[in-house]
Design a protein around this ligand. Sequence first.
Ligand code: CMP
Length: 281
Amino acid sequence: EGVSAEPTSENFCGGFRVSHVSIAKANRKNSHTRKLINNAIMSNDFLKKLEPQHMREMVDCMYEKVYTEGQLVIQEGEAGNYLYVLAEGLLEVIQNGKMLGEMRPGTAFGELAILYNCKRTATVKAVSQSHIWALDRQTFQTIMMQTTQARHEEYFSFLRSVSLLRELPEEKLAKIVDCLEVDHFEKGEYIIREGEEGNTFFIIAKGEVKVTQSTEGIPEPQEINTLGVGDYFGEKALISCSCFCPLPFDYRNFNQMVGTYEELQAYLKEYVEELSRSDER
Ligand code: CMP
């Protein structure tokens, strides 16, 4: 009685505070296990938006636990200390004494209390002996914070190197960083097409982009430029369209976060008009 389903130790290394890097080394996994955990996380609606780097570190830091038949993994109403992925066995989910469903291998669960800092919304019980990978809350939060910070620093210094944004005040650049999204394009894939309405502004983070343009009387579009890292395109979208989206991002989101969208747009508009003038010369 009164025994909680989840241990309260801060992480799985005997309760010692250790860095998640050392936890990762102690918990090396084979590729089958990594794939299973990865797929489980990607199929969870609440976790699938995590960045690949978060995902990798989480997989690295997960620790295996074995539950016997009938044992509780999670108890409804308790505080949540771990996020789990079922590798082997069968679990059932119970809420208010009512069975809600079963969980089979390849399922991530226990994410709600960890992500939203709420009490466990349901009980999870082992129907048969089950092997479960677990990640403690503290390690999860440390990974999220560290990788977010590393990403922020990396994007910030990259954007600073882009000529268009060089003069932008630091706090504005930092806020743009928060809204950036990275998009990947395969070799040969079109990013934007001539003649289409443009609503996205792109900066090249990696790779090379060919720019082509049609000329009257010539059947095939001709190559007019090659752009590389730090170059940008689609900047005319910034003046012709009400939507401003570096590395496609949502203008509403940007406006909410920065609150000074008009100011930034005015700055960029001036810059782009200057560019157009020099194009015409
Ligand atoms: P959490 O609330 O942290 O702990 C209990 C977990 O059970 C919960 O996260 C979900 O992962 C999972 N869960 C909650 N409700 C359901 C449901 N209706 N069906 C399947 N799984 C559920």
